[in-house]
Ligand binder design. Structure first.
Ligand code: DC
Length: 227
């Protein structure tokens, strides 16, 4: 059986710091960082642009065959996304696209459409992949599984500051409310809901600084990889 590439799965709710941590871990370990949320966001953006409601199962399914979703890792290690030839790396981060991404990601057709693509990356690279169902569905045999979480208020505060840093207007109570709604939707859906894999290590970063979180994660991942 072919083996050789290693994989680290990081799952958890919105705003837990998955992408920040996964990006840094990937740099430290020289693994490819794969942000699967960005792929769902690109499908969400496609629904938004076409005026299709994210919960419109038939409408969103009909869009899928026509979507040209590009994923490229630049020399900077960053994951750039394109939709039908246009670079949408920045646009998919818009606040209203989060709800669209969460909505379309609940549709089994969308998950099936993206599953093989995610697995293919792990067959050809050492990967650190973050998302909601990486340890449970996409890479059930990942070498290391982390479930990264933090209290909702801490996660909402980080998201709020992230939006401000990007120059977007933001309102903390609204960010917290949207985050709780999204957690609920991502966790309660029937198709690949957000949940901790049985063999995942739980890391709660509520009281930890970025540096403390990173050190803890790097130690955990290195220990498990034997690296
Ligand atoms: O990680 P994120 O906030 O960029 O993800 C956007 C949405 O995509 C999130 O609300 C749920 C969905 N998602 C998913 O269902 N499965 C994944 N593996 C990654 C993201």
């Amino acid at each position: 059986m072919e083996r050789g590439y290693r994989s680290v799965a990081i799952d958890g709710p919105a705003g837990a710091g998955k992408s920040t941590m996964a990006k840094r871990l990937a740099g430290a370990l020289n693994f490819l960082y794969v942000d699967t949320g960005a792929i769902y966001r690109t499908v969400g953006l496609a629904a938004f642009q076409s005026g299709t409601a994210p919960g419109d199962r038939a409408g969103v399914s009909a869009l899928l065959p026509g979507l040209d979703i590009g994923l490229a890792h630049g020399a900077d290690g960053l994951q750039h996304m394109s939709l039908n030839g246009a670079d949408v790396t920045e646009e998919i981060r818009r606040h209203e696209i989060s709800a669209y991404a969460s909505g379309v990601s609940a549709l089994p057709e969308v998950r099936a459409f993206l599953l093989e693509r995610q697995r293919a990356l792990a067959r050809t690279h050492d990967v650190i992949m973050d998302g909601r169902d990486i340890g449970t569905v996409v890479l059930p045999r990942a070498d290391v599984k982390i479930f990264l979480t933090a209290a909702p208020e801490a996660r909402a505060r980080r998201r709020y500051e992230e939006l401000l840093a990007r120059g977007q207007s933001a309102d903390y109570p609204a960010v917290l409310r949207d985050l709780l709604e999204r957690d609920e939707r991502d966790s309660s859906r029937a198709a690949a809901p957000l949940r901790q894999a049985e063999d995942a290590v739980l890391v709660d970063t509520t009281g930890l600084s970025l540096e403390e979180s990173f050190s803890l994660l790097l130690e955990t991942v290195r220990g498990r990889l034997g690296a």
